[in-house]
Ligand binder design. Structure first.
Ligand SMILES: O=P(O)(O)OC[C@H]1O[C@](O)(CO)[C@@H](O)[C@@H]1O
Length: 322
């Protein structure tokens, strides 16, 4: 893994998103997706799957996302579409899950799709159909664009396409990403100062965008190896709140949850540090807004860039002093 190349991967996001946006309407063309859906994956691939499965269920499609390492995978009913997500196409747990489900389906009543960023991968050859996520090679060795492209590709499933114009939203996310990148000199140092505390960084996001908190925390761990933990904004008052009493608590809040007033009641009372992204937050120490952030789809596809740039910057600085 390489900090400079990770940074370059992030800077290439807008161009790659625009390429994806142009293809998004065709990616699922050869697949019958009007069936129950089981999503499999590890790490960021599972984070993206979790949010998309929730959105599919809310739209009336039976869907579940399972971490591929689970010994208790559901037994798919005949006709189920299993979408195995792996950017590298080689995560051993995901390959194993596909193998287990295939063994449990000797009649071939289940269809397996490989959603991957690597053509010709082992995952592709173990599935019936391949759908490319078109993120380009991530030279830094960190799944950043591929996480975003996994989300966008899954959100373009026909069962969800009617709800949000995803190709257009992906185009707006490219503009939002450009905006954050172009103005980073105005916000990056301040947010780093506020968020990278002696006891690590916490990230919260609403359930409908929980993947943003999970992926943001992963980026801080995977690049600069900093302690970082994800939480759901409503659940925060039942989980993270306890740490505000005993630690130097620093929170990156992906904004827009109706449960924020309770969170701010505690963080104000206990003098915690909150940086809010993408929505008004009068009680935050700092609020970072960006182009199109009033659009929930744009937030979902864009907001992880904040932690990714924080991670890239901290990683480059630690690499320079090593
Ligand atoms: O999508 P893949 O390639 O299966 O990887 C899963 C996870 O493993 C990692 O590559 C780290 O091992 C993460 O970056 C990623 O989220």
């Amino acid at each position: 893994m390489d900090a400079e190349l990770f940074q370059a991967d992030l800077e290439a996001k807008p161009a790659r998103l625009r390429e994806l946006s142009a293809q998004l309407g065709h990616l699922w063309a050869g697949v019958d997706t009007d069936r129950p859906i089981l999503l499999l994956g590890m790490g960021s691939s599972h984070y993206a799957g979790g949010v998309v499965a929730a959105r599919l269920r809310a739209a009336g499609t039976p869907a579940v996302a399972e971490i591929a390492s689970n010994d208790l995978l559901p037994r798919p009913r005949p006709g189920t579409l299993v979408i195995a997500v792996s950017a590298s196409g080689g995560s051993t747990e995901t390959l194993d899950a596909v193998r287990r489900l295939r063994d449990a389906d000797p009649g071939g009543a289940v269809t397996f799709v490989a959603l991957t960023n690597r053509a010709g991968s082992e995952l592709e050859s173990s599935c019936d159909v391949a759908v490319p996520m078109l993120a380009g090679t991530e030279l830094g060795g960190v799944a950043c664009r591929s996480f975003q492209h996994t989300l966008a590709t899954l959100l373009a499933l026909p069962a969800l396409a009617g709800r949000t114009p995803w190709p257009e939203t992906v185009g707006k996310a490219a503009e939002a990403t450009e905006d954050l990148l172009a103005r980073r000199d105005t916000w990056l140092a301040t947010t780093a100062e506020l968020l990278l505390g002696p006891h690590g960084t916490h990230v919260a996001a609403p359930a409908r965008r929980l993947s943003s908190a999970q992926q943001s925390a992963l980026m801080l761990r995977e690049g600069p190896r900093l302690p970082a933990v994800a939480c759901e904004t409503g659940d925060w008052s039942h989980v993270d709140v306890y740490l505000t009493k005993t630690t130097d608590y620093r929170l990156l809040l992906c904004g827009g949850s109706r449960w924020e007033p309770e969170l701010f009641r505690w963080t104000k009372e206990r003098g915690s540090t909150v940086v809010a992204v993408g929505a008004p937050a009068p009680d935050a120490a700092y609020t970072l807004r960006y182009r199109h952030d009033e659009d929930d789809g744009v937030r979902l596809l864009t907001e992880t860039l904040v932690a990714e740039l924080l991670a890239a910057d901290a990683w480059r600085r630690s690499a320079a002093t090593a």
